[in-house]
Ligand binder design. Structure first.
Ligand SMILES: *Cc1c(COP(=O)(O)O)cnc(C)c1O
Length: 515
């Protein structure tokens, strides 16, 4: 009798068949029809290589590269590859050598960049740190308002005050905005290459230069662009060539084309890198030395990224990036020609956001969220980005995001046709106005009666009732789902106080996987 038959559960084949059925409802990960979340090289060979490398290393625990030295070799080579791509010195020259760690993703890289800078700041400013603490204040994290939300998360986790520099309505940020904010109580300055929401590269050389004058750490968040911009034509230096840049994050699971779970964080100089580590001998177990946030961790994402960078090399990435450049140029050109639609700001890289052309009367504008909803019915998914009013009142518009990957080129004629058709279908349709929902929420006290009024944050059950009213959770409230069209939900979220919108959206995600 085989051992498996003693288990109570179904046979392996049956379980895998169930999973295959579940997978049928997932958005397609390949083929270029989903223009966010997934980064498809279009090369089946790379997927197979990543799969095989991941499988070979599946049983390892990357917690301890002295027990599993293959992990050390792969990490060393991957960091070496990235150091070269980001023009980091390998020697003491210019404050080097650039060294770093492989992490589980962009968020972990960003969190560690902040933690490292904070710890260095505390060590260098013990008196100021004590003075701020006495005054009930915290050191600041200065970023553009367009910086990835992972930095807000980092500020909350590591007890810093996030102090965003207000951006222009086109999402760009001025150097003068940084100049006004920098001071000795700034633990870290962050700039993006590019920012995810608008695809623009921040004025990195200028900001890093000022940060250096103040003796401050300056991180470049290249999670998105770190494996595309090195081969993107016509860019001013934005990486370790820029004096004053002290660390860079770059995601291998985006334009590195590795499966999810791998990113790198590089630092200028060993001292900075070592400040990232956690080590303790003060417990009765094994000596714990963790360069990153996790303890036990998989080696498979590292192995897959290592294998792919080896196979592609500089030339491979140059070729894949060239395809993204061609597609991005075409989409910027074609989208700008669609009446009522504009490209938001000045993207430099593979992220493009579409916005309504506000220079036209409302009847001729194309609302980007209605466009995204309409485009979904034509087989392409682009990402709704809600609008946002910054402190001081400058409004960043609601937009629709497209991540351009190498497979975009194969779908370009179809995608451009779909964009035109979707725009024609929604032109003149004003932004969704959840007036009735808002009135109801005001009556219940979840939205202020007038600007500046008070409100309360809904409980989980109240948040769920609001979601049901807004059209989410169609499947009897169990396997909850999003409404078919997201524009109304986004418009509602935009108009609610942030803590209320955050509670409602958290509830949506929590209910999705609640047993
Ligand atoms: C994706 C991204 C992150 C966060 O990365 P995750 O891999 O999603 O955790 C941070 N910054 C930028 C600019 C990004 O695009």
């Amino acid at each position: 009798m085989s051992r498996a038959t003693q288990f109570a559960g179904p046979e392996a084949a049956e379980i895998l068949a169930e999973l295959s059925t579940l997978r049928e409802r997932d958005a397609p990960t390949h083929g270029g029809r989903v223009l966010s979340y997934v980064y498809d090289s279009g090369l089946a060979e790379l997927d197979a290589l990543a799969r095989d490398a991941a499988e070979l290393t599946r049983p390892l625990n990357a917690l301890d590269p002295t027990t599993f030295p293959s992990v050390a070799v792969m990490e060393r080579e991957l960091i070496g590859f990235m150091r070269k791509a980001l023009n980091g010195p390998a020697t003491k020259l210019g404050g080097g050598p650039v060294v770093g760690s492989v992490t589980s993703g962009g968020t972990e890289s960003c969190l560690l960049a902040v933690k490292t800078a904070r710890d260095l700041w505390r060590a260098e400013h013990p008196e100021l740190a004590a003075k701020l603490a006495r005054a009930g204040k915290r050191p600041r994290l200065v970023t553009p308002a367009t910086v990835h939300a992972a930095f807000q998360k980092a500020a909350r986790l590591f007890d810093l005050e996030w102090d965003p520099v207000v951006c222009e309505p086109d999402g760009s940020v001025r150097v003068s905005g940084f100049e006004q904010k920098l001071g000795a109580d700034v633990a870290l300055v962050v700039v993006s290459a590019p920012a995810y929401p608008n695809g623009a590269i921040d004025p990195i050389a200028e900001v890093a230069g000022i940060a250096k004058e103040f003796g401050l750490s300056c991180h470049v968040d290249a999670c998105f662009g770190g494996l595309a911009l090195p081969w993107w034509p016509g860019l001013a230096p934005w990486d370790f060539r820029v004096p004053g840049v002290t660390s860079i994050s770059a995601d291998l699971h985006k334009f590195g084309y590795a499966p999810k779970g791998v990113s790198v964080l590089l630092h200028r100089g060993r001292r900075r890198h070592r400040a990232q580590f956690f080590a303790t001998t003060s417990w009765p177990g094994y000596p714990v030395v963790n360069p990153t946030l996790l303890g036990s961790k998989p080696a498979s994402p590292l192995a897959a990224a290592w294998a792919i960078t080896k196979r592609l090399g500089n030339e491979g990435y140059a070729e894949l990036t060239a395809s993204c450049v061609r597609s991005a140029e075409t989409i910027v050109r074609e989208a700008s020609l669609i009446r009522g639609l504009s490209v938001w700001g000045a993207p430099s890289g593979p992220s493009i956001a579409l916005v309504a052309d506000e220079s036209l009367p409302e009847a001729e504008r194309v609302d980007p969220h209605h466009l995204a909803d309409e485009l979904a019915t034509l087989g392409f998914r682009i990402q709704h980005q809600p609008g946002f009013t910054q402190p001081g009142g400058v409004r960043l518009p609601h937009t629709a995001h497209l991540t351009i990957t190498p497979v975009t080129e194969g779908t370009l004629p179809e995608l451009v046709d779909a964009l035109r058709a979707a725009a024609d279908a929604v032109r003149g349709k004003p932004q969704a106005n959840p007036r009735l929902e808002l009135l109801g929420l005001r009556a219940l006290g979840y939205a202020p009666k007038r600007d500046g009024g008070t409100f309360r944050v809904p409980s989980p059950d109240a948040a769920w009732r609001i979601l049901r009213l807004a059209g989410a959770g169609g499947d009897g409230g169990k396997a909850s789902s999003l409404p078919g069209r997201l524009a109304p939900l986004m418009a509602l979220a935009e108009r609610l106080p942030a803590p209320v919108a955050e509670a409602i959206l958290s509830e949506l995600l929590a209910r999705v996987s609640e047993p």
